[in-house]
Design a protein around this ligand. Structure first.
Ligand code: ADP
Ligand code: MG
Length: 232
């Protein structure tokens, strides 16, 4: 089973009298446990690809298959539950709730999914430990560093045990050392959870920590190639 399969996906936005093609017949297959870097100039369509893969934006044409399910055939309600159960989304700004502790940020997402508070609390503690924040469970966002907030964000995205993790410029707001440890954490997560991860990054230095790299240019995606050290 592939975690993500984009088949001939085109996304167009209205643009004056015409249209702007953000994704141009994109094909991409990502298997469980694969970690893919997505690089390319600003405005080339990287965030659009993640939005379509996250089922937040419906493509103009083409198929979006998540864990074998054709998302383009689902109702809004079915999409919401597919997204909730199978997709973890991590954006540049963690968007944590200011009044909640690290642990509560995680517990609330699982509780909304119908899990008992107790089961959610156990899972939250395990995940905070995994991301190196066991000591920070009771801290609120303002008591955490930028890197720690991004770790909470990653732990939160893992609560549902997603099949697909979509990460948009996770290190854009962080210094080099913190960026490095965030990408290494995503590597560990892809391996240990067997989750398919796509990470948009402008920092080609981190590409060798991933398995494959695909390049976007003017909405056109090149086929992924091995992300070997020295190739970037
Ligand atoms: P990237 O993430 O690579 O910088 P984006 O996917 O954000 O690129 O944008 C690709 C193109 O689509 C850009 O030209 C952008 O202006 C356009 N675009 C993105 N979102 C929208 C939108 N909601 N409405 C209209 N155009 C958009
Ligand atoms: Mg972007």
């Amino acid at each position: 089973m592939t975690a993500l399969n984009l088949i001939n996906v085109t996304l167009q936005y209205p643009d004056g009298d015409g249209v702007m093609t953000a994704l141009d017949a994109v094909n991409l297959t990502v298997h469980p446990g694969q970690f893919v870097s997505l690089v390319g100039p600003s405005g080339s369509g990287k965030s659009s690809l993640l939005a379509v893969a996250a089922t937040l934006v419906k493509p103009t044409s083409g198929l979006v298959m998540i864990d074998g399910v054709d998302a383009t055939a689902l109702s809004e309600k079915e999409l919401a539950s597919l997204r909730r159960d199978k997709v973890g989304i991590i954006f540049q700004q963690p968007n944590l709730l200011a009044s909640l502790t690290a642990s509560e940020q995680l517990i609330i997402t699982d509780h909304l999914r119908g899990k008992s508070l107790k089961a959610a609390a156990v899972r939250a503690a395990e995940l905070l430990d995994l991301v190196g924040l066991a000591d920070c469970a009771g801290k609120r966002p303002h008591q955490l560093s930028g890197g720690q907030r991004q770790r909470v964000n990653i732990a939160r995205a893992l609560m549902a045990d997603p099949k697909l993790l979509l990460v948009d410029e996770p290190t854009a707001a962080l210094d080099h050392a913190r960026s490095d440890s965030i990408v290494r954490l995503l590597r560990k997560v892809s391996d240990e959870f067997n989750v398919a991860t796509i990470m948009v990054t402008h920092d080609t230095e981190f590409v060798p920590l991933t398995d494959l790299v695909a390049t976007m240019r003017d909405g056109v995606l090149t086929a992924p190639v091995p992300a070997l050290a020295g190739s970037f």
